[in-house]
Design a protein around this ligand. Structure first.
Ligand code: SAM
Length: 346
């Protein structure tokens, strides 16, 4: 196992069979040694900087019915909301005042937000906050929509591929959604010129070591600027409500392995990690992550944007520089910076 980790550290790649073996025997990995190697790579490319993104959850309406997701269209128990343009701008202001120079507009696939409406919102944010990088996380759209958003001023796009395997994808989603279509969107986004983020859930139902191996190989090939991964967390009002959630340990392992495979990638320590453990996000940084998402959505709506149970734990809304997570990271030698935090992988 040590030789395999060495190989990954030195060559930034492994063969499929090696990945599978590594995941099957992950108990043999010396985690502290691995995390130290991952941190070394992070520091080489990004020093001790932690970039912060202001996350705006602007709609929980969604036309999709993904089996794992709390805001799936079939969940009648969700109270649905949409932020107005004014409210979105208020969130951007809050984020700006807190020193964050990236906003992430995240939402379900909501037909209300037509190409024209979203372009107007993006243009307004761009005009009012020219130093801020606008990131979209709004799911699958026709290529012409992606092009229009890019021209309007959105520069980054987060779209997790969820799982590379068509079969596994089919077990997580209804038939109208396919791995191929998702990957096609990612290819479009890259071609248009977005800084692209992809990723998957760790410990999603039916995930095998081979699935993970394929996810890693796909990400290596895609070579995205960002990778968002987090544990799958069961949501009680979904078909996967009784499934076992992913673990903090496996998520940290994947973060560190991704850092070794793609040393320059931007890696968030996600809110889902913070939902599983109070110190989850700090541990993510110590495993090689270098981005934090701070939720700037108004609390009334934020509570209805429940993708998974336990989200309330992650509702770290203390945006001041004195918030406990920032303070703790600073004590560990990190610098929470007020920068756009572009990827070094361009
Ligand atoms: N609709 C957009 C999309 O499809 O990319 C953005 C919103 S979607 C809810 C954002 C991400 O949440 C998904 O890519 C998925 O990986 C994650 N997610 C959904 N349900 C989850 C759960 N139960 N546990 C952990 N992550 C979950």
């Amino acid at each position: 196992m040590r030789n395999l980790i060495r190989k990954l550290y030195e060559k930034s790649t492994l063969e499929k069979e090696e990945w599978i073996w590594l995941f099957e025997h992950r108990d043999l990995i010396d985690r502290e040694e691995l995390f130290a190697l991952a941190r070394e790579q992070t520091y080489e490319h990004y020093d001790h900087k932690i970039f912060v993104r202001g996350l705006i959850e602007f709609t929980n309406y969604c036309r999709n019915n993904c089996y794992y997701c709390g805001i799936r269209s079939g969940n009648q128990l969700v109270s649905r909301f949409r932020l107005t343009t004014e409210e979105i701008l208020d969130c951007c202001q809050l984020s700006y005042e807190a020193g964050f120079r990236t906003v992430v507009l995240q939402g379900g696939e909501d037909a209300f937000f037509t190409k024209e409406r979203l372009c107007e919102i993006i243009e307004t944010i761009h005009r009012k906050f020219p130093e801020v990088a606008i990131t979209l996380s709004i799911g699958e759209r026709p290529r012409e929509d992606y092009e229009a958003f890019f021209l309007a001023g959105a520069e980054r796009f987060l779209l997790r591929h969820e799982t590379y395997s068509a079969t596994h994808y089919g077990r997580l989603h209804p038939e109208n959604l396919t791995a191929k279509a998702r990957q096609h969107c990612l290819a479009d986004l890259k071609e248009i010129g977005y800084q692209v983020g992809s990723g998957f859930m760790v410990g999603s139902p039916y995930q095998t070591p081979e699935n993970l191996a394929e996810d890693f190989l796909y990400l290596k090939e895609l070579d995205p600027q960002m990778i968002g991964i987090g544990p799958f967390i069961a949501h009680k009002d979904t078909p996967f409500g009784a499934m076992t959630s992913g673990t903090v340990a496996d998520t940290l392992l994947c973060i560190a392995l991704l850092r070794l495979m793609l040393p320059k990638v931007l890696l968030p320590s996600t809110t889902a990690l913070g939902a599983l453990a109070l110190d989850g996000r700090k541990k993510g940084v110590l495993a090689g992550a270098n981005v934090l998402m701070q939720n700037v959505t108004p609390s009334a709506q934020r509570l209805n944007y429940t993708l998974y149970n336990n989200k309330e734990r992650a509702k770290d809304i203390d945006l001041s520089p004195d918030n406990p997570l920032f303070k703790e990271l600073e004590q560990l030698g990190y610098a929470i910076v007020s920068e756009r935090g572009d990827s070094k992988n361009v």
